[in-house]
Design a protein around this ligand. Structure first.
Ligand SMILES: *Cc1c(COP(=O)(O)O)cnc(C)c1O
Length: 228
């Protein structure tokens, strides 16, 4: 069985255990520091969604693989001075981690007459070194962000503290799901469906799916170890 089929099967089993529809979970293939040939190979197996961390690498791969119908996601930190490289070119930007960045993306999308689909990144572990809104800061800024006219807020993303045991990340995934439900009750509109939960990587995606992930970000299980 291919790694992609195997991951899909584990997702289906996790959905069955959790009483969820497996069709609600998408795999995002994280192709950072992987060669273009491996992306082409995976896309030939039916994988359409690819995620990259570094803006320059993302832009280069989008250009190199143009016309193949791939959907690109940015999952790493976005500096405001690099917005022009990704604006309007991503299926989804997962890593919107501040009000200032949301405002800058909104401004650029408005200038270009488009709507940017985004997720808000939450630092559910409240780690000092990690990007993302603290849950409290997100509650504070939510009304301002949801009022930005050129953004479509599709949901939340998190990258919990790396732990040896995937089970240890379960409370963080649960916290993201609960925060999304809370925001949905307060701010959700037709324009901001807030239905996506981007959570879970190669080592903990099964637990993330059990806790409600709709997008799992898989790198090494699909591609093998990264270069460099
Ligand atoms: C690298 C990365 C992943 C994929 O990690 P793997 O352990 O290779 O599955 C997922 N999400 C983010 C934000 C990453 O940086």
């Amino acid at each position: 069985m291919t790694p992609l089929r195997q991951a899909r099967q584990l997702i289906e089993e996790a959905c069955r255990r959790a009483g969820r529809e497996a069709s609600c979970v998408r795999i995002l293939a994280v192709s950072k520091r992987q060669p273009v040939e491996k992306i082409v190979d995976l896309s030939a197996q039916g994988q359409d969604d690819f995620g990259e961390n570094y803006v320059q690498e993302l832009a280069a791969k989008m250009t190199a693989l143009e016309g193949r119908g791939l959907r690109w996601h940015l999952i790493g930190h976005l500096q405001k001075n690099k917005i022009k490289l990704v604006s309007g070119r991503c299926a989804l930007i997962h890593s919107v981690d501040s009000l200032a960045l949301a405002e800058a993306l909104n401004r650029r999308a408005g200038e270009r007459g488009l709507t940017e689909k985004i997720l808000l990144q939450v630092n559910v572990g409240e780690e000092i070194t990690k990007e993302g809104f603290s849950p409290e800061k997100l509650r504070q800024d939510a009304a301002l962000i949801f009022a930005l006219p050129h953004l479509e807020i599709q949901g939340l993303m998190t990258m919990p503290p790396l732990q040896n045991d995937a089970e240890q990340n379960r409370p963080f995934f649960r916290r993201l799901r609960e925060l999304a439900a809370e925001l949905r009750a307060r701010h959700s509109t037709a324009r901001h469906p807030l239905r996506e939960l981007s959570m879970g990587t190669s080592h903990d995606f099964v637990v993330a799916v059990e806790e409600g992930a709709t997008l799992v970000r898989l790198g090494t299980v699909l591609f093998g170890e990264r270069a460099g």
